[in-house]
Design a protein around this ligand. Structure first.
Ligand SMILES: Nc1nc2c(ncn2[C@@H]2O[C@H](COP(=O)(O)OP(=O)(O)OP(=O)(O)O)[C@@H](O)[C@H]2O)c(=O)[nH]1
Ligand SMILES: [Mg+2]
Length: 302
């Protein structure tokens, strides 16, 4: 299984999720080979580097199996820029379940308000006779509610990979949105600092020496954590401005990750990077060494 820890910055990270048999891998194969295939069910995560137009993508096509949804799906969604959610529009029995997971993603994981995600919803297999029409799907999945989440870039399409129908059109929308987002956010952090909760530095990526006096910074963090044992609470972020930079601070398993960026527009990318670091820390909790951490951080920053 491709491990999220190996996520490199080579391609723009894209995640494809949806229940089993929806057509996720068929979609990946279609993009790669330009033909309709009948893949076997995916076990784990299928990773592909794909070029669409002149843009490189790192595509994570994830198994739809139940056991993957609350953990693996979430990790990849949080650390991706684009998400493609695929449903089988002929499988009426599974629509409620698909709807449930779509809204878990939007409301719980993305809290409905992320500006750094593009979501493409595909009502696939529209070629099948028993496929529901788009209006029915919109109603069952309550997709009009997405208009309340205007910060998320969202679009739905009725598609068939078999015919093929609408796929090019849908992907065109998706690629251009993702590319715009990346152009806006494109930035390497100025600094990435990891400390333990007492302020001891475990990693410091600081090529331009902007965290000159990390004691000051650590002092600030200590002052914050002095009030509560938990600095920020789970999956929460705090942004502080210490001119001329913005610092995004997050906490995971008694580690504090602080990322400095130039401007507000780069904060979503900083948040994505902190998810990657937090993920790494959680997974390596038992045998985390400073060396490992430094190596990992170097692999996600340029
Ligand atoms: N009729 C029709 N069949 C399709 C279409 N897209 C995919 N399929 C078929 O649906 C079946 C399941 O497709 P997969 O791509 O393996 O499904 P998946 O979403 O990757 O499933 P998991 O990997 O198990 O989560 C395959 O036999 C595909 O050929 C479509 O647009 N129309
Ligand atoms: Mg698959």
């Amino acid at each position: 299984m491709e491990n999220i820890q190996n996520l490199k910055k080579d391609g723009i990270p894209i995640t494809i999720i949806g229940l089993p048999y929806a057509g996720k891998t068929t979609l990946v194969n279609w993009i790669k080979e330009g033909r309709f295939t009948r893949p076997k069910p995916t076990i784990g995560v299928n990773f592909e580097e794909i070029k669409i137009g002149n843009v490189n993508f790192s595509v994570f096509d994830i198994s739809g199996q139940t056991s993957f949804r609350s953990t693996i799906w979430k990790s990849y969604v949080m650390t991706s820029v684009g998400i493609i959610f695929v449903i089988d529009s002929a499988d009426r029995e599974q629509l409620e379940e698909a709807s449930k997971w779509f809204w878990v993603m939007v409301d719980e994981w993305l809290e409905g308000n992320y500006t750094d995600k593009v979501i493409l919803f595909l009502a696939n297999k529209s070629d099948l006779k028993r496929a529901l029409n788009l209006d029915e799907i919109i109603e069952i999945l309550n997709l009009t509610k997405m208009s309340q989440h205007q910060s998320l870039s969202f679009q739905f399409f009725k598609t068939s990979i078999r015919e093929p129908k609408n796929i090019d059109y849908a992907l065109k929308w998706f690629v251009s949105k993702v590319k715009n987002l990346i152009d806006i956010q494109k930035t390497n952090p100025r600094a990435l600092l990891i400390t333990d909760i007492d302020g001891n530095i475990l990693n410091l990526y600081d090529p331009e020496n902007i965290v000159e006096d990390s004691n000051m910074f650590v002092g600030y963090l200590n002052a914050l954590s002095g009030f509560t044992n938990e600095l920020l609470g789970h999956d929460r972020f705090k942004v502080i401005k210490v001119d001329p930079y913005y610092y995004l601070i997050s906490e995971e398993n008694k580690h504090v990750v602080s990322i400095a960026v130039d401007d507000e527009q780069a904060l979503p990318e900083a948040r994505r990077l902190s998810f990657l670091v937090n993920e790494f820390i959680s997974k390596n909790q038992k045998n985390l060494t400073k060396d490992k951490l430094v190596k990992f951080v170097n692999s996600i920053v340029e």
